[in-house]
Design a protein around this ligand. Structure first.
Ligand code: FRU
Length: 463
């Protein structure tokens, strides 16, 4: 082991001594995956392998604000409800990933696992803008026989290998197996500042050749992060998280967007995954039976904050795992069926309970739901509006979606809330920091409220 490799491991094990203290935080969630300490962003390397689900994630254990090493953290468990934290899986500890083991994916292949990710390197010998120069993005492969002990890092593509049309912003490999071999998408920023995806193919999953560059005919943001590509019911869905798309009343309300192109990569065929304040950089995977999506329930560069959890020594969560279903070219998202097993006893609306599910049916236009006296959800004829009435939103204001609501499933989990309208036709995710946990409903709907039990999460580090 090099000195740097030893040093990073020591830092991680030292800061992870704070896991019990962080676990006592008032705003810790019960059925959302969070960083054990420090910062979490994108879900990475999602897969089901050898009877276990693996959820890796962008992890900065040293700081709740994301400073320090950017590594891959690792959770695994048998059923999406019982998890064990396995510590840092990938350290940024080589010359190819020195400034971050950035996002990527995992692929079950034969009897092993392949992990593809971006090694981010920032040269420091002089001043760079890190857009057109000074940054290197290495596409790296790591193999694993068991999903836990990882092999050597093998660099597959370096900066000089990418097409000259691109700036230095290229990253986040998502690799899938096809009948012909392997297919990889990478997200990027073209010179001239348009977002684009690089589509590669390979026979062996090691030597990749560029097939095409996919971009919208009219510029759709300056950078596309975290691409994903899959086929469902005959439609190809190209998923991206575009940066720099102009805000509209019902769309692109956040600083960055996240959604998918159904069939054709243009603005007309693009739909956002989530209309709330906190959703970005999702990833999907096929678990053998269904396609599941996890998103990052967070967003970079926001004008609002999450100071209450930063004070507790941690920041951000993932969304619940969402099962995807295709209907008329639209993707519907609902929490994975097994999360129903978390449902506990029925509650009244007045009961103080911080982890619950609220089921609304036959929602009439004009119905308003008030969560914790802080977050108002108004179901109007043609739109659904989320509005914070107090500072429990930490600067979050209002979000709108064009949808005629008939039903809604609202999942509150202490400091994160996910709202699924019409069986997942439209979803909102937001963080919130209330002082109390009750519900008030005005107007017409049938409502039932149930307690939600938490995941079982073991935090004792296994290696
Ligand atoms: C998206 C992202 C990715 C990158 C990672 C770094 O949130 O910016 O493009 O790989 O985060 O943490």
């Amino acid at each position: 082991m090099t000195d740097r490799q030893k040093q990073l491991r020591q830092i991680a094990s030292k800061v992870q001594e704070n896991i019990p203290a962080v676990a006592a935080g008032k705003y810790r969630c019960r059925y959302h995956l969070m960083p054990p300490v420090g910062w979490m962003n994108d879900p990475n390397g999602l897969c089901r392998f050898d009877g276990l689900y693996h959820v890796f994630f962008q992890y900065a254990p040293e700081s709740a604000e994301g400073a320090g090493m950017r590594s891959w953290g690792h959770y695994a468990g048998p059923d999406l409800l019982h998890w064990t934290f396995y510590g840092v899986a990938i350290y940024p500890d080589t010359e190819w990933d020195a400034d971050g083991a950035y996002s990527g994916s995992a692929l079950v292949d034969g009897d092993g696992l392949r992990i593809y990710y971006t090694g981010n390197v920032k040269r420091k010998d002089k001043e760079y803008d890190y857009i057109s120069d000074g940054r290197e993005s290495n596409t790296i492969l790591i193999r694993s026989e068991n999903g836990f002990s990882l092999g050597e890092k093998q660099v597959l593509l370096r900066t000089a290998d990418y097409p000259k049309e691109f700036t230095r912003h290229i990253r986040d490999p998502k690799v899938e197996k096809t009948s012909q071999g392997y297919r990889m998408v990478l997200g990027g920023r073209l010179k001239g500042d348009s977002g684009a995806v690089l589509l590669y193919e390979s026979q062996d999953g090691i030597q990749f050749s560029l097939q095409k560059i996919v971009t919208a005919p009219e510029k759709f943001g300056y950078m596309w992060e975290c691409p994903d590509l899959f086929n469902m019911n005959g439609t190809e869905f190209l998923c991206v998280s575009p940066q720099g798309v102009a805000h509209e009343k019902y769309k692109f309300q956040n600083v960055y967007s996240s959604g998918y192109f159904a069939g054709t990569a243009d603005a007309e065929h693009y739909r956002e995954w989530d209309c709330g304040f906190d959703f970005y950089a999702p990833q999907t995977f096929w678990d053998g039976e269904r396609r599941i999506l996890y998103g990052w329930a967070g967003m970079p560069d926001v004008p609002y904050d999450n100071a209450p959890t930063v004070a507790e020594g941690w920041l951000h969560t993932l969304t619940m795992p969402r099962e995807l279903a295709e209907k008329d070219g639209k993707l519907y998202q609902m929490p994975a069926a097994e999360l129903k097993r978390l449902r506990g006893g029925e509650l009244s609306m007045q009961d103080e309970c911080a982890a619950y599910e609220l089921e609304l049916e036959d929602v009439l236009s004009g119905t308003k739901v008030l969560l914790s006296d802080a977050l108002e959800i108004s179901f109007e004829k043609e739109e659904c509006i989320l509005r914070f009435l107090t500072d429990a939103g930490r600067g979050r204001t209002e979000r709108r979606a064009k949808v005629r609501t008939e039903t809604a499933s609202i999942f509150m989990d202490v400091s994160v809330c996910e709202i699924y309208v019409n069986g997942g036709e439209c979803v909102f995710t937001t963080r919130l920091y209330p002082e109390r946990y009750d519900v008030k409903i005005e107007g017409g709907c049938t409502a039932k409220r149930y307690e939600m039990n938490g995941y079982t999460v073991r935090m004792d580090i296994q290696k």
